[in-house]
Design a protein around this ligand. Structure first.
Ligand code: SF4
Ligand code: SF4
Length: 367
């Protein structure tokens, strides 16, 4: 934690515990963030935080308990208490990781559309979208090519995952590579579809002569002739809770295209995490189940027929849990592209089964 953040918390927390109302971790601790900061954060507490930021929006003093837990993760990595090498299969800046292996195994490749000759405008789909929805990725790219002169799909990682794992030096190196890339290719505009990438890249490029825009800003979505008579509800993703850029644009586009919307109890600024953040599934699957269960109850309470996400990680997370209510990506609806995300977990498991699977895993974990 930055010294000022901790100092601010120690000086200004009034122990009202409003932050605990929106957080299982804080409520299960039974202590205020002030008490926790004074006694020091346990590692298991840091790993039980999804880094969702709900506590920041709940705090009347504008404090950030989240930073306590993020800082504890970073400190655990730098002191060697957490061996980040154990998680190297996740690290998107390594040539071989689970997602690149998945793309390789299922023949997902963008080399035909990443030449970047005088690119100026490029599409940055982000790791999850380009890995688990190549159809949607290509479909968005085709439209961007036609409407905005987009000339390439930039298959890099934005770095958010590295930040959450706490590997700060790797994050810095990646950020420097991203900056070098835009200079080398004279890129002036980056279009993103993922809220995590959007806020991360805006931060990375804040001092560069490059603009980061969302697909919802630059594409026109046409009113669809046949919209199923259903009610749709939007799950807002954590990185968007503060500025609400995606939340507003998605709702606007869906309304324009004729999709009736209803709202859930936790929406926009006070949305709840889907459980993908901070690798929570790995460390606290019980908390993930709680969060998913709460979301599913809220969808029913809102009388919605379809749950709509605009971050593919959220969509895939909800899709992994049984529910009578289907979940889809906003862009699947807006582009009229039906897609069944079911079976993602099985496809991953298939990759690592049998002797070939074991070999594949060894290759990912090598070095
Ligand atoms: S970031 Fe989310 S999980 Fe972490 S302490 Fe805040 S509300 Fe709780
Ligand atoms: S909401 Fe803010 S002031 Fe209240 S206990 Fe939490 S951090 Fe402290």
């Amino acid at each position: 934690m930055e010294h000022d953040d901790r100092k601010e918390l120690l000086e200004e927390c009034v122990e009202c515990k409003q932050c605990a109302d929106c957080c299982s971790l804080l409520s299960e601790s039974g202590q205020s963030p002030l008490e926790m900061a004074k006694r020091g954060i346990e590692l298991y507490e840091a790993l039980s935080c999804s880094l969702c930021g709900a506590c920041e929006t709940a705090c009347p003093k504008g404090l950030s308990p989240k930073q306590l837990f993020l800082a504890r993760r970073q400190q655990a990595v730098s002191s060697g208490e957490i061996d980040s090498a154990e998680y190297r299969y996740l690290l998107p800046d390594r040539k071989k990781n689970v997602m690149s292996a998945y793309r390789n195994y299922y023949g997902i490749d963008y080399s035909d559309i990443n030449s970047f000759d005088n690119a100026e405008t490029c599409f940055f789909p982000g790791c999850t979208l380009m890995t688990y929805s190549p159809e949607l990725t290509r479909s968005i790219y085709e439209r961007l090519k036609d409407r905005c002169g987009c000339k390439g799909v930039w298959t890099e990682c934005c770095g958010k995952l590295l930040d959450q794992i706490g590997v700060q030096q790797r994050l810095e190196d990646l950020r420097n590579r991203l900056k070098e890339f835009i200079q080398e290719h004279n890129i002036k505009r980056i279009i993103v579809a993922c809220p995590g990438c959007y806020y991360e890249l805006r931060d990375v490029f804040q001092d560069c002569d490059v603009v980061v825009q969302t697909v919802y800003e630059v594409l026109d979505f046409v009113k669809q002739e046949k919209v199923e008579k259903k009610q749709y509800t939007v799950h807002d993703s954590c990185p968007d809770r503060f500025a609400g850029v995606f939340g507003n644009q998605v709702r606007h586009a869906m309304t324009e295209c004729g999709f009736p919307l209803v709202e859930m109890v936790h929406a926009k600024t006070n949305t709840i995490c889907c459980g993908s953040g901070g690798q929570l599934s790995h460390f606290r699957p019980d908390l993930v189940e709680e969060l998913v269960d709460l979301r599913q109850q809220e969808v029913r309470l809102a009388n919605a027929d379809v749950l709509v996400g605009y971050c593919l990680s959220c969509v895939l997370k909800y899709d992994n849990y049984p529910s009578e209510i289907p979940v889809t990506h906003a862009l699947n609806l807006l582009l009229g592209l039906k897609e069944d995300y079911k079976g993602g977990k099985d496809r991953l498991e298939k990759m690592f089964s049998g002797s070939d699977g074991e070999k594949r895993w060894e290759e990912i974990m090598a070095d």
